[in-house]
Ligand binder design. Structure first.
Ligand SMILES: [Zn+2]
Length: 509
């Protein structure tokens, strides 16, 4: 049992891995963050932290709910990318191991991970982080982990932790509540008011992320069911986390996962996990969606006789490991002569630099992707006018990045015919209106907006674009939701919707 000031270690390696994207190296993590020791507490306690909101909220909530002795060790995070380099993962695990060992007796460990990380040489580095924590902190320490709802959950992650708290909204707007919930649940455990037992079911169901929205659709209904039951059974059920998973990880732990944690009684958790799994499985035909063909999107952009619309450049979502550099949609819109179009944001540091050198109002030949890239990163060249320049550091205003400090690096707005294209120097999805507003651009005046974001833009752009005026366009890139075009090699098959024949039998607990 804990003393009055529980000692809680803080660790995390946050990465969503798209197996088809370039390997995530240390420099990629450092671009987002890699902090150790007291720097973690300083970052977490900032008003507008640059670190993940749930990690900051965990620290702030522990601060607010009584004495504690934080033992900050390592928080590393990379924008969604490919596999983590296996040697880098070893290095992070060694840092965590050394920090936990040096810490001496611990009452708890808090882990801030995404949950869909894979390494170049293995499939479950998230599970390894939990395992190291358990091994060193010992069987009596409480291990609490926050995860993104796109996490791919392994048996190891569930068995070696006490509590997994996953996001419950997609677009993700509840990360602060989840960080708070993790801290409050930990306080309950440390006070002896909960001794969590988790039930875990992984379905052979691997939908594309466009089918995992929570405002509507079968996944949202699963989450609603979980929320309802948790409220009804609050005395018994501590947490219900339902993970949609991240299909592009293409790993052995892929599949929609239900983790129900009871305060004490495993049977209650199992019953509810089965109910939710059953609901999801019986609704599996609804985990499919048709995208808008590019030709239709271009025709719609040219139609002046309609209300403004927003397009998702769904094939190239940097928030899912996309390069942020495909120009298929941009070039199609420019060539079609569409007017009053805002499109963002292209990860092209050389182009941003060139625009800054040219200066505001300058006209020049903009060359997108003149530096080497993947085959989908097609070069595109056009006469452009620099209509906006910015240093790229600002606080998110709306949606998933609200209140968080974003650092896009040197950024520019380029006018190409009737299209204004945003160029940035850090690879981030365009999910907040500030990506346009920092240049003084008025989203309300645009006829068509196009964003490199799969789903999170929905919350950021909701004031202008209700769901019926949102279109997911079938574009090329590393995050195309058309799974039939992708050569998966590691996902356990059969799995729906890849295989119509997939079957699931409830566990015989
Ligand atoms: Zn996510």
């Amino acid at each position: 049992m804990s003393t009055s000031a529980p000692r809680v270690a803080i660790i995390g390696v946050w990465l969503e891995s798209n197996r088809f994207a370039p390997v995530a190296k240390e420099a990629d993590f450092k671009e987002f963050y890699q902090i150790e020791g007291d720097a973690i507490l300083v970052a977490a306690r900032e008003k507008n932290p640059f670190i993940l909101g749930e990690a900051a909220a965990f620290v702030k909530t522990m601060d607010a709910t009584g004495p504690w002795e934080p033992v900050p060790i390592l928080l590393a995070a990379c924008h969604p990318h490919g596999c983590i380099d296996g040697r880098l993962m070893d290095q992070y695990l060694a840092t965590i191991r050394a920090g936990l060992t040096a810490a001496g007796p611990l009452d708890a460990v808090y882990i801030s991970n995404h949950g869909a990380m894979i390494a170049t040489d293995r499939d479950d580095p998230d599970g390894e982080v939990v395992s190291v924590a358990r091994e060193i902190a010992g069987p009596k320490a409480r291990i609490v982990m926050t995860l993104d709802l796109h996490g791919n959950i392994s048996e190891t992650m569930v068995e070696r932790s006490d509590l997994i708290v996953g996001y419950r909204t997609n677009p993700h707007v509840d990360y602060i509540e989840r960080g708070e919930e993790a801290a409050l649940s930990l306080r309950l455990m440390l006070a002896g008011l909960a001794d969590p037992k988790a039930a875990f079911i992984r379905l052979p169901l691997t939908p594309a992320s466009v089918n995992l929205l929570t405002a509507s659709g079968p996944y949202g209904e699963m989450i609603d069911l979980g929320n309802r039951r948790r409220a009804e059974l609050a005395g018994d059920i501590l947490n219900v986390s339902i993970f949609g998973g991240f299909v592009f990880s293409d790993s052995t732990k892929n599949g929609v996962a239900i983790v129900v944690t009871a305060r004490r009684d495993l049977a209650r958790a199992q019953m509810l996990a089965k109910e939710i799994a059953d609901y999801g499985w019986s609704n599996r035909p609804r985990f499919r969606k048709k995208l808008m063909p590019l030709s239709e999107a271009v025709a719609l952009a040219g139609n002046r006789d309609r209300k403004p619309v927003i397009f998702s450049d769904s094939g190239d979502n940097p928030g899912g490991g996309g390069t942020g550099r495909t120009t298929e949609l941009l070039s199609a819109l420019v060539w079609s002569g569409a007017e009053d179009v805002l499109i963002g944001s292209f990860f092209d540091p050389p182009l941003a630099k060139q625009a800054h050198a040219a200066g505001l109002g300058a006209r020049f030949k903009a060359q997108f992707n003149r530096h080497a890239g993947l085959p989908c990163d097609t070069p595109f060249e056009a006469d452009a006018e620099v209509v906006g320049l910015h240093h790229g550091t600002f606080v998110g205003r709306l949606g998933y990045a609200q209140g968080r400090t974003l650092r896009l690096g040197p950024s520019a707005a380029l006018k190409i015919g009737g299209v204004i294209a945003i160029v940035i120097s850090d690879r981030m999805q365009t999910a907040d209106p500030m990506f346009f507003e920092i240049f003084g651009l008025d989203i309300a005046k645009a006829h068509t907006v196009a964003v490199k974001s799969r789903g999170h833009f929905r919350s950021g752009f909701l004031p202008w674009f209700p769901p019926e005026r949102v279109y997911e366009v079938d574009t090329e890139g590393l995050t195309s939701p058309v799974l039939e075009r992708i050569q998966f090699s590691r996902i356990p098959r059969p799995s729906y919707p890849l295989d119509e024949s997939a079957e699931w039998t409830p566990p015989a607990w």
